[in-house]
Design a protein. Structure first.
Lengths: 636, 113, 167
């Protein structure tokens, strides 16, 4: 399956080509070019998936396949960085998810970004992002993953800051970059510690079940925990940074400054699940070597899910609502991983997490694209400027509704199945986690329908010009994703899912009790939401808001986490660390260099008069020299 | 000096006398070149020096190789070249004058700094 | 005898006027003094038995170059302009340098040249010989330099026009 290299190479070439040509190409040409490339690799990915799932099964277990491998840098006898392509169930699934969503976004953007300045640049960046994300998921070793991890961060930075003339977009892109970079520092330290003790970067060796790698370092501890625990915790921090887990979630809501299709692709469907993917990739390490870290992951996930869901209930910017819902849903996946066991039925959580990743990518991309369609029509992000749009935008309305039902967990849409699996895994882990997660699922249904009613129902806002349904190029991706959302949940029931931690097939069976509870909770939430928001007069909602005034205000301000960060960075770090460093830099390092420059300059100015440009002076010097030499010859 | 005076009666001018004249001419030129500020005056000084050299060529030709013409032709060509040089130099000077309204060397610092 | 008298007269004129030419305050006078020097030099050539060179010197220098000079002076000088001179200190230094050079060279000439070659029989060079030498292509003949000079003159004419023309 050597051709999988093409899946990586084509977007890279597309990026280089579009990036170099930039405005020399017509906007539509570069858009179509990028889309065609994406279409090609989407087909290749589907083909890869088909071939992999039909041929690579040995003894009922899907094998890890490495069609491409080369050594890149060798440090020591054991430690070397390789580049290669690793195909296993989760990476193949990710290939499908990424290329599908990316293709949809490419098609959608053709219309959404039409006429924007920098259209070509936008497509170049999309190609770069697709390339790096695909590289990330097929990485054979943790270092290769780290390289693509950073590339993904860069392309996210570039795309958030796409409207670089807007100060808020610039600030948001910087924030996203700095926060994720900060987390990546821990990731890097984690990688180094892990590889130092296990003497390998390779995923295949790290995740082998009968691994002897960890035997050597079992004795090594640091501050009460084993070094491997530290390493995996650090690596998780890296993943938490990309996946916007508490307390590193602050960048994601701001990242909505980017174009909406970008939010759909990067900040909902693909990049933000990189953290989940990372934990899933190293799952055996977490599970066998450091279960305590895995439980930590679960609890951080639970807290983040709750936290983000509460905030999402009061936000008024529709993209921010979706951003917080994304954080919450990713936290669901993290929780599922955290509570998962390894094999067979125990491994429900792992399977559920990956399953939810897949379904979430589809319906969240759909939600974002739907939101983009709405924004395209209304030219505003604020829920207050919308309302009553269902009459004008029927396709958007219906697709959005289906996505909302899916995320709320109403059967038979895909979200129901994946969420149900997560919930049953949680109940098996501990009833407390299960109950909390069910409550959060209810909250999810509530805020999603608050959003839905806010946009499509309720009081109609006066529009400058009548909103209209989006053009065909935007509707087609919506419809396609809707179709996927509707059917995706049923597929694993029909043929069993191979996306498990050990690669063996797993047959989902619905846990009736959990399913009933979750559907009931979700329905109640939707009903509450309907009562509160359908009319859109907001009387009841305001009453509620005044009753829980403190909570409402805190949630509206995102629980002041941003302010805490600002306080820490601006007041403490800037004053106590950065300022002395800046002083040292300016007065010691710069001053030394300036000193060299000044001395040189002084000397130059002094010696400049030798070359005055006055030909008489030169003649005089020449004559004087001749005379002196004559005198010497004559007198000696 | 004694020989010059002694030679006076013979009706012949010694070579050293010619060389002395050209020497005076040449070093007046040098002095002028070093002290004058006007471009035209510098050109006058240069002409003086060239002329002194011409004399030297001719004198050496006449006194050392009377049967040949090397010095003679060298002087001839030098005169021609001097004429060219003067013409071009004066063209340049007039152009400069047109641009900066002056022909003083001290003011030719447009391109400097 | 007459030779000597003529020579010393010319030598005196040359010495005096070359010094005056570089020290005069008025630029037009400098040019005039230069003319005297050039004419006297032409006289020296005649004295040395090169009448052709005499003619060339008069025609080219006194005729052509001096006219150029005087035109240039008229074009670039406003009436009553005084020639700016260098600071006294520099003039003194330049004078000392020039005198030192004069002394050195004079010393060398006096002690090396005067001893050996003192007299010469000045015989006139025939113009036919000059013509043949100038136009011949054999050894010690100068057709090539002659042509080169003609090209140089052409280039110089074109160059002068290019440089001095109004834009």
């Amino acid at each position: 399956m050597q051709y999988t290299l093409l899946i990586l190479a084509l977007p890279l070439l597309s990026f280089i080509f579009l990036g170099l040509m930039d405005s020399k190409l017509k906007a539509q040409v570069s858009g179509l070019f990028g889309t065609c490339i994406l279409g090609t690799i989407t087909i290749l990915s589907y083909f890869t998936a088909f071939q992999y799932f039909t041929t690579q099964k040995i003894d009922g277990v899907y094998q890890k396949l490495i069609p491409m491998h080369m050594e890149w840098v060798r440090f020591t006898e054991y430690l070397h960085i390789d580049l290669g392509i690793l195909l296993d169930p989760i990476s193949v699934m990710m290939l499908v998810v990424i290329t599908t969503v990316s293709l949809m976004v490419h098609v959608y953007s053709l219309s959404y970004m039409h006429g924007e300045k920098g259209f070509q640049r936008y497509y170049a960046f999309l190609s770069l992002f697709t390339f790096s994300m695909l590289g990330l998921v097929v990485a054979t070793n943790i270092f290769q993953m780290y390289i693509f991890w950073e590339l993904v961060g860069v392309s996210s930075f570039l795309l958030i800051g796409f409207y670089y003339t807007k100060p808020s977009a610039v600030a948001a892109s910087k924030k996203a970059f700095i926060v994720t970079r900060f987390a990546d520092l821990f990731f890097l330290i984690g990688i180094l510690v892990l590889s130092f003790y296990t003497k390998t970067f390779d995923f295949k060796e790290l995740t082998a079940e009968d691994s002897n790698l960890f035997a050597a370092c079992s004795g090594a501890t640091f501050m009460g925990f084993s070094v491997i625990s530290w390493a995996t915790a650090m690596i998780f921090i890296g993943g938490a940074g990309k996946s916007a887990m508490f307390p590193l979630q602050i960048w994601l809501p701001d990242a909505m400054e980017g174009p909406t299709p970008v939010s759909a692709l990067i900040h909902a469907a693909t990049m933000v699940v990189a953290g989940v993917f990372l934990v899933a990739r190293l799952f055996p390490v977490y599970y066998f070597q450091t279960p305590e870290v895995l439980h930590g992951v679960a609890y951080i996930g639970v807290f983040t899910a709750l936290f983000a869901a509460v905030i999402a209930c009061v936000q008024t910017d529709i993209k921010r609502v979706l951003a917080f819902s994304t954080i919450s849903q990713i936290a669901f996946m993290m929780v599922a991983l955290g509570v998962s066991g390894y094999e067979g039925h125990e491994g429900t959580g792992y399977m559920a997490s990956m399953f939810h990743l897949f379904t979430h990518a589809m319906f969240k991309a759909l939600l974002f694209l739907g939101a983009g369609s709405v924004i395209h029509a209304v030219h505003s992000n604020e829920m207050g400027h919308m309302g009553g749009l269902r009459k004008y935008m029927p396709i958007t309305n219906w697709t959005f509704l289906i996505a909302c039902l899916a995320i709320a967990g109403i059967p038979p849409f895909s979200g129901f199945f994946s969420k149900d699996e997560i919930l049953s895994a949680c109940f098996e882990f501990s009833p407390f986690v299960g109950v909390t997660m069910t409550f959060i699922a209810g909250l999810t249904a509530f805020y999603m329908f608050r959003l839905y009613y806010g946009i499509f129902w309720g009081k109609e806002h006066k529009h400058e010009h009548t909103p209209h349904e989006s053009p065909l190029l935007m509707s087609v991706p919506l419809l396609f994703l809707t179709a996927v959302t509707v059917v995706a949940g049923i597929i694993p029931f029909m043929m069993g899912t191979p996306i498990t931690s050990d690669g063996a097939d797993y047959h989902i069976h619905l846990n009736v009790v959990v399913a009933t509870i979750s559907v009931v909770v979700a329905s109640i939430s939707i009903i509450i939401s309907t009562i509160l928001y359908k009319k859109g007069d907001g009387v009841m909602a305001d009453k509620l808001a005044t009753t829980f005034k403190g909570l409402h205000k805190a949630a509206s301000n995102r629980f002041y986490i941003d302010e805490v960060y600002l306080f820490i960075t601006k007041k403490i770090i800037f004053n106590n660390v950065s300022r002395p460093i800046a002083w040292f830099d300016r007065h010691v390092i710069d001053a030394t260099m300036d000193g060299f420059a000044n001395v040189t300059q002084w000397f130059s100015f002094k010696s400049k008069d030798f070359q005055s440009g006055q030909v008489q002076q030169y003649a005089f010097a020449f004559l004087l020299g001749t005379l002196i030499m004559t005198a010497i010859v004559m007198l000696l | 000096m004694g020989e010059l005076i002694a030679n006076f009666g013979t009706g012949q001018v010694p070579m050293v006398a010619y060389l002395g004249v050209s020497l005076i001419m040449f070093f007046s030129g040098v002095y002028g070149f070093l002290t004058r500020k006007s471009l035209l005056m510098i050109l006058v000084a240069v002409e003086l020096m060239l002329n002194a050299v011409d004399i030297n060529f001719v004198v050496f030709n006449r006194f050392l190789f009377p049967g040949q013409f090397e010095g003679f032709f060298f002087a001839l060509f030098t005169i021609a070249i001097a004429a060219c040089e003067t013409a071009v130099a004066i063209a340049i000077i007039i152009n400069i004058y047109r641009n900066i309204n002056s022909v003083q060397v001290g003011e030719l610092d447009e391109m400097k700094e | 005898m007459a030779n000597q008298i003529i020579f010393y007269v010319l030598a005196t004129i040359i010495a005096i006027f070359s010094v005056l030419a570089v020290t005069s305050n008025k630029i037009i006078r400098s040019a005039l003094y230069l003319l005297f020097v050039l004419l006297s030099t032409a006289g020296l050539y005649l004295l040395l038995g090169y009448p052709y060179l005499f003619g060339v010197q008069i025609a080219v220098y006194a005729g052509g170059v001096m006219v150029l000079f005087i035109f240039a002076i008229f074009l670039t000088n406003k009436p009553g302009d005084k020639v700016d001179k260098e600071r006294p200190i520099r003039r003194i230094v330049a004078a000392i340098t020039a005198f030192t050079g004069l002394a050195f060279c004079g010393h060398i000439i006096y002690y090396n040249v005067a001893r050996v070659f003192t007299t010469v029989i000045a015989e006139e060079t025939k113009i036919q010989v000059i013509g043949r030498t100038l136009m011949g292509t054999e050894k010690y003949q100068y057709l090539l330099p002659f042509e080169v000079i003609s090209i140089l003159l052409l280039a110089c004419i074109v160059g002068s026009i290019m440089i001095a023309r109004k834009r």
